[in-house]
Design a protein around this ligand. Structure first.
Ligand code: ATP
Length: 520
């Protein structure tokens, strides 16, 4: 039953009318042209200046549309759901209104929480907040597990200054630490660690909750993070009392009092309510999944006519070849791409490992490649990604872990070494290129029998025409002799790895040590 629901959500017809009435009448993002920074109404001049320093001269349509519904006439009255293509600028679409709204806050409390599925993605989003929030006096923190929990705690909370609280020492000692950040970017795991264990970490004052990559996040049930977060922000009926030395009950000076919202016309909800923004390039339409978000009069901001949309400047190509020639065809294609940055997606970590080990047995390849997978240590992965961003590696080979949200400047090419199983997967993989109005290409290797399924799948997205790309036969033939030797070495290498796994004490013979990268 669960499997069927997932398949239906991923694979339903492209033009199916959404079940939820509010999804049927979205705000059309494409009706916005994206105005110059100087013309955005009510934008704090300090933020305008920060944006200019970031090289942003005008806004993208999704950013203008979101501004209208938050700072503009929409005034954050409704929760916002954004369905807009990869690379269309969704991060700034939520970061800017939140920072602008909080720029007038008087007391520091944790008021905005942004949750993302992976650490890399969370750190990328934090960079955007870091570029704009400090200019209006806001502090941004992260809870992503990049450093030890103790370091994270010391960056997030501190004991309040004693002189601000003229109570006797004993009372001060009992006081809980308070937050050091206004905005927190987190992954669900570390967020739950702080909720459960960090003294003084509180979501009581939260005003904004952003769930980026929403469809992916709704599959992330980690310790029921979503219901926990929502529950912790509801403080109706909670005892806010704070006792002074005479035992009199005072309100804690930082308490956000959420009252029942009946008089504001939203029965059963609190006021001020927690405003939510949820986003994806492939937002789910499944009512049962969306209901977990407990959205308040949701408003959909949508781009394109079909359910999914591929970036306008993305060119899609398919290459048809047999399984046994796929590695050679990949090498020839990578040679054609002439050392330009490229991501290669496989269907599993094993497949990525196999492929990169095999490529390691080809001498003198004219590109530098590396494996990027969860089989590697976090620190190795981070270094690899940095090297790729910095241009020391041309090709990264990995799985769908690299497919969500990651932005790499100058990335022109994506290759699906294995066919993506769903149109959503195609969109996120291909969406690592052709971002922010740049052009890019996505190549997909297919076996003959996969072509029909693939073509049908792509029809579910706007702008998804796909031409055939052929590789020169003679280039493939030239590589064949080396290929046979490389295959033999690959088998030996995998065997010795397997042996090492089953007998961790044994040394691998030096000749068969695996080589996952050809980095110098
Ligand atoms: N107004 C703008 N002008 C120029 N560049 C921009 C603007 N807004 C965002 N960008 C750049 O566009 C790139 C893509 O933005 P972002 O990562 O927010 O896209 P996204 O829609 O969240 O993509 P995905 O769905 O893949 O996560 C970033 O490098 C960002 O710096």
């Amino acid at each position: 039953m669960v499997a069927m629901a997932r398949k239906d959500d991923e694979e339903g017809p492209a033009d199916r009318v959404p079940h939820l009435p509010w999804m049927r009448c979205p705000v059309d993002i494409d009706a916005f042209s994206g105005c110059p920074v100087a013309q955005l109404p009510r934008l704090d001049p300090r933020l305008a200046e920060a944006l200019r320093r970031m090289g942003i001269e005008s806004f993208f349509p999704v950013q203008e549309a979101a501004w209208v519904e938050t700072i503009g006439p929409g005034a954050f009255e409704r929760d916002i759901c954004i369905n807009s293509p990869t690379g269309s600028g969704k991060t700034l679409a939520y970061a800017l209104p939140i920072v602008q709204m909080l720029s007038t806050r008087k007391v520091r409390c944790l008021r905005a929480l942004v949750v993302l599925p992976t650490r890399d993605l969370a750190l990328q989003v934090k960079e955007v907040f870091d570029a704009i929030a400090p200019v209006v006096g806001l502090s941004v923190g992260s809870a992503v597990g990049q450093s030890s929990i103790a370091d994270e705690v010391s960056n997030l909370v501190m004991k309040p200054k004693q002189e601000l609280y003229p109570t006797i020492d004993e009372e001060y000692v009992k006081m809980e630490p308070q937050t050091k950040v206004d905005i927190l970017v987190a992954t669900p795991g570390r967020l739950m660690d702080h909720i459960n264990m960090t003294n003084g970490f509180s979501l009581e004052h939260l005003q904004y909750l952003v769930i980026d990559e929403t469809d992916r996040m709704l599959r992330e049930a980690y310790q029921s993070w979503l219901p926990t977060v929502i529950q912790l922000t509801l403080s109706i009926g909670k005892d806010h009392s704070w006792h002074d030395t005479d035992g009199k009950t005072l309100l804690h000076p930082l308490t956000t009092i959420r009252r029942s919202g009946v008089e504001r016309g939203f029965k059963g909800k609190c006021y001020p309510r927690l405003a939510k923004i949820v986003l994806s390039a492939t937002l789910t339409q499944d009512p049962s999944k969306l209901s977990q978000l407990e959205l308040h009069h949701p408003l959909l901001l949508n781009s394109g006519k079909k359910r999914y949309r591929i970036p306008t400047k993305l060119e899609s190509y398919k290459l048809i070849c047999t399984s046994n020639l796929k590695p050679l065809s990949l090498i020839v294609l990578l040679q054609e791409l002439q050392g330009n940055k490229c991501l290669v997606f496989t269907s599993s970590v094993e497949s990525s490992h196999r492929l990169s080990t095999l490529l390691g047995f080809f001498e003198d390849l004219p590109f530098k490649f590396s494996e990027y997978s969860r089989l590697q240590r976090e620190s190795t992965r981070r270094k690899t990604l940095e090297a790729f961003k910095g241009g020391e590696i041309d090709v990264l080979i990995g799985t769908d872990r690299m497919a969500r949200g990651i932005h790499i400047d100058g990335l022109r090419y994506v290759i699906n070494y294995d066919m993506p199983p769903y149109v959503k997967t195609y969109i996120h993989r291909a969406g690592r290129t052709a971002r922010a109005g740049e052009s890019g290409s996505c190549f997909t290797f297919l076996r003959k029998h996969e072509v029909k399924t693939f073509d049908k799948m792509l029809k579910k997205a706007d702008n998804a025409s796909c031409s055939l790309h052929s590789l020169p036969e003679e280039s493939i033939e030239t590589l064949r002799p080396v290929f046979s030797i490389a295959l033999k070495k690959l088998e030996e290498s995998l065997e010795s790895e397997a042996a090492k796994k089953s007998n961790p004490g044994d040394k691998i013979p030096s000749g068969s040590k695996r080589k996952r990268t050809n980095q110098k």
